[in-house]
Ligand binder design. Structure first.
Ligand code: TRP
Length: 470
């Protein structure tokens, strides 16, 4: 059969090149910026525990399915879905899944770039020693001043989009492989330094308990499905870069000889470790300095600079930290652009450079909405039992992480485990038809889709309307 297709966009030079690039995509602002603030908003330990369960039961199996589809189709997610659907005798409308991913990619990139812009700004703030001996009030004020200034935000956002466009226009494989090889270990070491500092703070244990001991009192005034499970599920998708075709397109450059299972576990373990380390570094600081765990999207930008202001060589470590965080965001943002770019190259006969410039411009324009969400257009609403204060930014974030990505993942699971023939998936996964395969198939066939559906139905309150839950 057509199992030995090759991609017109090239191939990774080795299995490790793929693992590094996919880890580069997965590890980003989602781990260090988004995970801690969501954990802080949604009840700490209970959220973290549910998050881990979502990664293992839903995230990893769907990631395997998505890579499998990408490698089999070897084109942009839109064309891959169309080709595979035709091959399995299904409707060509499955390309819709690819389209949904492209849209999700633009929306995520548009605000991701604004937040990555904050990181750029903070490189300079810490670099000039602004936070030496700073207290919590000062750090809060610095953050508030940054986000109140649309011109600054626009400047940083523009720079970050250009950075992403430059890499993608040269092909994600050339520069990326080398960069990620030392950036990821460096980020990990720096996080360990931060954890070391956190251990020296007065309230280290309070932070640890908050992060790891589920507090069931929180659960009593939160709705479990809507307020904890849905955001945790969304975060699993967001952090693993699944549900929109990013990991699918990376899979399309993967050699046939490489083990999808091994690769996925490696990526997921790396991704989860970074998120947990970030939490361990941040919450002790939050408690020691009397800050609010539910500080929202500014959480790390308020907490970490205080720590850098106190620790020895803090200016150096702080600057390096924000540089590495910027790189982590960079290696993620390019995977958000890649699916749209490959489609433009395949179907609109554009050069990669033109396609990337066009896609980058769309994301840049949309990013302006996020910029104003933190100042002129700010409005608040309630979601997941939390008051969200940054209007359109929060809407974009919730729409993508909590709706589009899980729906994308649900469709991937349905396609790979219910519609594709068993022999195609056995062939593609290449681990035989034994217990490993059966476990994967059970997870994508039952656990992942029913999990997502039940969480959705609960979150929209349908179960309540039907009288199925209290
Ligand atoms: N996973 C990245 C992070 O944690 C963000 C990201 C990159 C992403 N590509 C994606 C999220 C695709 C969802 C889908 O920062």
């Amino acid at each position: 059969m057509s199992a030995k297709r090759s991609s017109i966009h090239g191939q990774w030079s080795s299995r490790w090149a793929f693992i590094l690039a996919a880890t580069g995509s997965a590890v980003g602002l989602g781990n260090i910026w988004r995970f801690p603030y969501l954990a802080g908003e949604n009840g700490g330990g209970a959220f973290v525990l549910v998050y881990l369960v979502c990664v293992v039961l839903v995230g990893i199996p769907i990631m395997m399915a998505e890579i499998l589809l990408g490698r089999r189709g070897r084109q942009s997610p839109i064309n891959t879905m169309e080709t595979l659907a035709a091959e399995e005798g299904l409707s060509k409308h499955w390309h819709f899944l690819g389209w949904m991913g492209v849209i999700a990619g633009f929306v995520i990139l548009s605000y991701y770039s604004v937040i990555a812009g904050w990181t750029l700004g903070y490189i300079f703030r810490t670099g000039t020693g602004l936070f030496v001996d700073a207290d919590a009030a000062f750090s809060k004020q610095m953050f508030a001043e940054l986000v109140a200034d649309p011109e600054k935000l626009l400047a940083w956002h523009t720079i970050f989009i250009i950075m992403s466009v430059v890499v993608v226009s040269r092909g994600v494989k050339s520069g990326l492989e080398k960069a990620v090889r030392f950036l990821m270990p460096a980020l990990l070491i720096l996080l360990l330094v931060m954890v070391g500092y956190a251990m020296s703070t007065e309230k280290f244990m309070e932070g640890i308990n908050y992060l790891f001991i589920p507090n069931f009192e929180v659960l009593s005034h939160k709705k479990f499905f809507a307020d904890i499970l849905l955001p945790a599920l969304g975060q699993a998708f967001f952090s693993l870069s699944i549900g929109m075709g990013a990991i699918m397109i990376y899979g399309s450059y993967l050699s046939h000889k490489s083990s999808i299972t091994f690769n996925c576990f490696t990526i997921a373990i790396a991704d989860t470790s970074v998120a947990i380390l970030a939490g361990v570094a941040i919450f002790p600081i939050v408690f020691t300095y009397g800050l609010e765990p539910a500080g929202g999207p500014g959480l790390i930008f308020v907490t970490l600079p205080i720590a850098f202001g106190q620790m020895p060589f803090g200016t150096f470590f702080g600057t390096l930290f924000f540089v590495l965080l910027m790189f982590a965001g960079w290696t993620s943002s390019i995977s958000l652009l890649e699916p749209a770019v490959t489609w433009l190259v395949e179907n609109r006969d554009m050069t990669r450079v033109k396609a990337t410039a066009l896609a980058g411009t769309i994301a840049w324009l949309l990013g302006i909405v996020t910029i104003f969400s933190f100042n002129h257009w700010a409005f608040s609403f309630r979601f997941a039992g939390v008051v969200k204060e940054n209007g359109f930014f929060d809407i974009f974030d919730i729409l993508t992480s909590n709706i589009l990505l899980p729906v994308g993942g649900l469709l991937v699971a349905i396609f790979a485990a219910w519609l594709m023939s068993r022999s195609s998936t056995v062939d593609e996964l290449g681990i035989g038809d034994g217990p490993g395969y059966k476990a994967w198939r059970f997870a994508v066939r039952y656990i992942a889709p029913f999990g997502v559906i039940i969480i959705f139905l609960n979150a929209i309150g349908l179960f309540k309307v039907l009288g199925l839950v209290e």
